[in-house]
Design a protein around this ligand. Sequence first.
Ligand code: PLP
Ligand code: ZN
Length: 367
Amino acid sequence: MSVPNHQLSCLDCSSKQEPSVNDLYCAKCGGLFFVEYLEASDGTQPRLPISDHSSANSLGEGDTPLVFLEKTGEELGLGSLWAKLEFMAPTGSFKDRGSAILTTMGRDLGVTEFVEDSSGNAGASLAAYAAAAGLKSHVFAPASAARGKLDQIKIFGANLHQIEGPRQAATDAAEEFVKKHGLVYMSHNLSPYFSEGMKAASYEIVDVLEDGIDHVVLPVGNGSLLIGMVRGYQELLEAEIIGKIPKFHGVQAHAVRPLVAALNAEEWTHDDVLPTNASGIAVSKPPRLAEMVDAIRITNGTAVTVSEESLFEWQARLAVSEGIFAEMTSAGAFAGLEKLIDSGVIKRDSNVCVPITGSGLKEPLEK
Ligand SMILES: Cc1ncc(COP(=O)(O)O)c(C=O)c1O
Ligand SMILES: [Zn+2]
């Protein structure tokens, strides 16, 4: 790799460390890292940890359509409602933005084989990008993950490890496997590189709508989209391309709500988890929870829970009235939007953008 344009900085004690996909924790205090750039942003494009864009491991991710949801926006009484169609990515979810960056960094730092755990979409995405970069991958996913996601992981040639139990069990099994075999754990949730790929989504929205969005409502599990998009907006604000950052509102299933609980000082722990159909956000112990809380607070946003029934209702409503087949997790963002409007947090006449993070095509309608 040529001279790096960044270093890793500990979120907790600010210790610095050289770029790495292997060192996930600060050697001094055990904290997680963020990417600290050694140059200022000019706001024309997101700062990225890769120095040579022409050799990046890309499958054509990004530049997703931004569509105006006229009917739904009117029914909800909004000034405008925009959907960023993140499911129109090479592997059918927003994760491809992060996989492009993480696998490029891994490849350029000499990784040939890595371990990852995922609810399904990130595993499918990283498996594809690993194939394209010529890397061997081991993906740990819940045995209950949607068939379409597991099929993707397999067809891309990854070693798929299906783990019984909740989402956290796949993480625990991946960590054990890493220890046992001495492999690189390129966790997309622990590595700071994955969310850097999400910044471009904010740039793309600003390219079309400039300062015109008041609120972004999005599903939040481990927070890569939330953290990355807010950072993208911060870069644009610092470069004076925009004058304000929209309020970011995180949506979680009532069944698994660590972010909502943290923001509302509610006592809620991993032991309170209930089953949910929003598999992408069924994350009970997100390692970057403090960063997620900060991202919401910096924008003066909120977080809200949604019921299981509302996921189904909104999945059907988007399909029938807008022609959009969103995965259940992604439909949940609209259920959250409706609640935020009903409670007055989002005022009628506001301008709202909802990223539709994953495709309904991967999930059977009935399990
Ligand atoms: C469709 C979908 N939406 C949202 C999320 C949540 O993303 P994050 O973990 O970055 O918060 C996921 C994560 O798996 C997902 O698959
Ligand atoms: Zn530290």
